[in-house]
Write a protein that binds this ligand. Structure first.
Ligand code: ZN
Length: 279
């Protein structure tokens, strides 16, 4: 764990922790857990907090985000739970730049070339190690988002703001379930022209002459689907068998649609790179 809850209700990171200032009563940050933790400082690892695990009251409980390795969905749910509180309490933020231009088949090659040139000086795909954080500085693919959410502890993820098109958005507001995406769109709370990362399970693939519809399994009567237009068929080569029943994360802007008098939400995607299967 990179953060701990103090006796006074504040949250401190392991790098900032000083027993003279913060006191010795420190706890797991998960409100379902609050197990006492200790601060660990050694030569081999970055400073962190851990439970002593000596007896029952000193271990993470089953509902805690640190009890076990979390799946992608469990991880994003915990990040959402922690993130509001963390950011409110002014925890040190980690900003990760997001630029998905590279996966767009329409993105001009000229622009890519220019980026390639910049890349020689600064490689955005390279994972750089900052002073207090080992998370990457920038992300440009769905694979990197999935890796982020399945690699790092939920408290580290809860400190992440994603910088995109001049906005800084908490990670848990950008990576969302499809029913939540639908809610955002129909309550007019989604940010225009901003891509969202949306996850769900594929239930149906309909291939028409001019368009493919890839429909997620409804959650709470919410219908959400991916759309591929014929211009992009050559970039989208997954077969029905590869898609049906699979959990995946998709990236794109959200759009309202009405089908048979029912409000639905759509995401237009252009290639294989716009989806990533979840582990
Ligand atoms: Zn805990």
């Amino acid at each position: 764990m990179n953060s701990a809850l103090l006796h006074n209700g504040n949250i401190v990171t392991a790098a900032e922790y000083n027993p003279d200032v913060h006191g010795s009563r420190i706890y797991c940050i998960d409100r379902n857990c609050k197990a006492p933790v200790i601060h660990v400082k050694s030569e081999n690892a970055a400073p962190h907090f851990k439970t002593t695990g000596k007896n029952d009251g000193q271990r993470h409980n089953k509902l805690c985000g640190f009890y076990k390795q979390l799946s992608f969905e469990e991880s994003i749910q915990k990040v959402e739970e922690y993130q509001g509180e963390f950011l409110e309490k002014g925890i040190k933020e980690t900003v990760i730049r997001l630029n998905m231009n590279r996966i767009d088949p329409d993105y001009e090659s000229k622009q890519i070339e220019r980026e390639e040139n910049e890349k020689t000086a600064k490689d955005p795909s390279e994972v750089k190690v900052k002073q207090e954080s080992t998370t990457p500085n920038s992300i440009g693919s769905l694979k990197a988002i999935v890796k982020l959410l399945t690699t790092y502890d939920p408290d580290i993820l809860a400190s992440i703001l994603v910088s995109v098109k001049g906005k800084k958005i908490p990670l848990s507001q950008l990576v969302i379930s499809h029913d939540k995406a639908h809610q955002l769109v129909w309550e007019d709370r989604s940010i225009d022209n901003l891509g969202y990362f949306v996850y769900g399970t594929i239930e149906q693939v309909l291939r028409r002459e001019k368009v493919y519809f890839i429909n997620f399994k409804p959650v709470g009567n919410v219908s959400f689907g991916l759309v591929v237009f014929d211009k992009y068929f050559k970039h989208f080569t997954y077969t029905d068998e590869q898609l049906l029943g699979r959990k995946l994360l998709a990236w794109g802007s959200l759009k309202k649609n009405v089908y048979k008098d029912k409000n639905t939400t759509e995401m237009v995607i252009k290639s294989n790179k716009y989806i990533q299967f979840l582990p």
